[in-house]
Design a binder for this molecule. Sequence first.
Ligand code: UD1
Length: 417
Amino acid sequence: MPKLVINGAKKLRGEIRIHGAKNSTLPLMAASLVCGGECVLHNCPSLSDVDTSIRILRYLGCSVTSSEGSVAIDPASADHFDIPDHLMREMRSSIIFLGAIVSRMGRAVLSFPGGCELGPRPIDLHLSALRKMGVVIDEDHGCLNCSVPNGLKGAVISLSFPSVGATENILIAAVLAKGTTVVNNAAREPEICDLADFLNSCGAKIRGAGESTIVVEGVKSLTGCEHDVIPDRIAAATYLAAAAATGSVLTVKNVVPRHLEPIIPVLEESGCRLEMDGDRIRISAPPRLKRIKNVRTMPYPGFPTDAQAPVMAMASVAEGTSVFVENIFESRYKHVGELLRLGANIKVEGRVAIVEGVDHLSGAAVEATDLRGGAALVIAGLAAQGRTQITGLHHLDRGYEKIESNLARLGADIVRI
Ligand code: UD1
């Protein structure tokens, strides 16, 4: 079983280039299915979730080539409308293909994504929106059978929660629908803007991405385009939290500092100094972090749920009590049990976690149970005294490109064996 072995309590230094955003790349790849020509996505990260998306697109009949961070997708030969169950299970977010497949093929057969490491993963908002747009959906034995008897049509959709995936599915389905679609209470994450920018470059008419109301005027056809994926703000937050937890000075480059605005005040509150310079952020951490009074995860521009676990690892070695409230996912504290093994002092009560900072963590054998929880263990292992071994690396490989060689280059003592 592969594992990461970290000899901790070493400072990080230098610069790290942040890879393209996983959470942008996946919807962009799905969206390329509705385009009328080849789409070339640059700055694509090399991650297992991206490989799974490539396999899904190839299964659907698209021609996909990938080389040195660029993925070229030609959807002309797409001829399948289903996604096999094993691919759906590999990546719960493959539901993002639903809007694209019904738009392109007029039919879709997908298995229901079911639960995942973060708890139940409902898709009711995706389904009710697509139904409003004319998709007939039959839910049968864990399978979604979708057809579009009269073509996709624009609709006014008011989301009860600004779901990122539902907003993306609606945008992708709406660009070629007949008439205008209005999405109220839309998600405002930077990845939504990236998707809208990509589709608009292909000839779509989307206004208001990044705001709560998005308006999509359906067009008859789209072209292909070349597009640069935005940097991964969560990977950037993870490396910043690693620097903070180890008392280091580190520069993350190829970032959009504006996208990290919800995280920067939290790092500053812990006593770190942050300097922005173009597409770089330099963090200088104090020898001992201060407590973070309150971290409440919220939809963007609130504090991202994906950064909750990495920042909790950092708070576990801060001086004093930090409080976390997880408002997005039901079951997003699975990393806590593993952090306890490393000597952290954390109590969880429902959606609240109380972190009493300890003087130091001590290395131990731990297991990553989800992607960002795994990143939290890496950060804790880097900060801990002694040797930490982390298993469950397939979770980490879904979202972090070459994490061990990147950290080793920055001065960490970390190997994968
Ligand atoms: C995306 C991100 C994920 C991030 C999350 C929240 C991708 C590939 N993944 O996931 O990393 O943690 O946004 O920022 O971009 N919900 C419903 N019904 C629905 C859809 C969602 O109840 O139909 C609920 C979910 O259970 C969850 C909340 O809404 O509690 C947020 O989910 P959503 O914004 O949809 O997250 P994803 O798009 O799945």
